[in-house]
Design a protein around this ligand. Structure first.
Ligand SMILES: Cc1cc2nc3c(=O)[nH]c(=O)nc-3n(C[C@H](O)[C@H](O)[C@H](O)COP(=O)(O)OP(=O)(O)OC[C@H]3O[C@@H](n4cnc5c(N)ncnc54)[C@H](O)[C@@H]3O)c2cc1C
Ligand code: SF4
Length: 327
């Protein structure tokens, strides 16, 4: 780990100012960033502790939604009564990840920005375009069992590892940002970018941008939601495939569907194709299977992860089945 300056900010303006012109990083729970620094993957010259900012609250919005402050901890969000009642998919997703101790530290914003678990990204002995642009991708001909099949490029096939972010995608969350050029709100669908030829760029954030919170839209009446995660072992493990769904039905017809996949995409993967294959169609296994095929139609598996094509379809079919049973 290289030496770095450490500073504490007490207002967003202070934090953003401290970031200017420096190879700086904000630190929240530190459960991802400090790991990356110990591995020498992240080498900030300045670390800005943002834990004293007043951004921890989880509050209802005037429009009937829910605002999660950037520094709200994953353990608070997952057990929050409104989340449990109106957004169970988010509670289930967060609970399926990490461990109780980690969730006590992990923040909503830090989770949004956690880095990939690609082993070559985390090991500076290997070339990695995401860590060192232009150096090559060790995973394409290497160990890629855990990596992505959707949104990949010839330069990077790393998976976005988060569970929280898959649920936030199905919920159509909005991310609030404050930066050197002011404030803006970004739909989560537009927040992450696929790697293309610049895998080092993962989001539309600009240097110095501080995430201040995330807003969930008002819950829709009668909607059921489910998060299902499949992994090598039942606890303390990242997803091989996961699915977050919101489903509304009237009689035997699907009136509303939101679908996001995890463990298979270079970003939390919203599937508009699956949503189209569901809405207006009947609630049955054939519809679910067709939607799952549509979700994965553009998959581009690698040497070791072709099994994810089948696994992610089964995961989505099962999640949809559970959503229709959990009324
Ligand atoms: C052993 C282990 C197992 C895990 N298992 C899972 C799992 O199964 N599923 C899962 O989803 N996650 C898992 N995680 C990841 C964990 O959820 C993340 O480490 C955590 O959410 C990161 O939050 P943090 O607040 O600690 O972020 P930090 O480490 O503080 O920050 C992460 C990044 O976000 C940036 N950042 C933080 N806050 C802001 C802000 N407000 N504005 C702008 N930038 C900001 C930081 O600069 C840094 O780049 C695991 C982690 C570990 C160590
Ligand atoms: S998949 Fe991406 S993160 Fe992994 S080695 Fe290749 S470029 Fe690096």
């Amino acid at each position: 780990m290289q030496p770095f300056q450490f500073t504490r900010a007490t207002t967003p303006e202070q934090a953003i100012h401290a970031h200017a012109g420096a190879a700086a990083r904000f630190v929240a729970g530190g459960t991802n960033l400090i790991d990356m620094m110990k591995l020498d993957v992240e080498r900030p010259s300045t670390l800005i502790d943002i834990n004293e900012l007043q951004l921890s609250a989880i509050t209802p919005t005037p429009g009937g939604g829910l605002h999660l402050g950037a520094l709200s901890r994953n353990s608070e969000a997952t057990h929050h009564p409104t989340v449990l009642r109106d957004y169970p998919v988010l509670s289930q997703a967060i609970l399926s990840g990490a461990s109780p101790q980690l969730r006590n530290m992990a923040s909503t914003a830090g989770n949004l920005l956690q880095r990939t678990r690609c082993v070559y990204f985390r090991d500076t002995a290997f070339p990695c375009n995401k860590r060192e642009p232009g150096s090559g991708c060790s995973a394409i001909e290497g160990f890629n069992r855990n990596l992505a099949i959707l949104g990949t490029s010839k330069d990077c096939i790393a998976t976005n590892p988060s569970d929280q972010n898959v649920a936030l995608t199905a919920l159509e969350a909005t991310i609030h940002v404050q930066g050197p050029s002011g404030k803006r709100d970004i739909a989560i669908h537009d927040f992450y970018v696929v790697p293309g030829t610049t895998p080092q760029i993962e989001t539309v954030l600009q240097p110095g941008d501080l995430i201040t919170g995330v807003t969930l839209p008002p819950p829709r009446a009668g909607i059921r939601s489910v998060y299902l995660k499949l992994r090598d072992r039942e606890a303390y493990e990242f997803a091989l495939a996961s699915a977050a769904v919101q489903l509304g039905t009237q009689g035997n017809r699907i009136t509303f569907a939101r679908v996001a996949l995890g463990g298979v995409g270079t970003k939390p993967w919203r599937s508009l194709e699956a949503e189209r294959a569901l809405e207006g169609h009947s609630v049955d296994l054939a519809t679910f299977r067709h939607a799952a095929q549509e979700a994965i139609r553009e998959a581009h598996p690698q040497s070791e992860n072709a099994f994810k094509v089948d696994l992610s379809q089964r995961c989505l079919v099962r999640a949809l089945t559970l959503a229709t049973k959990s009324a």
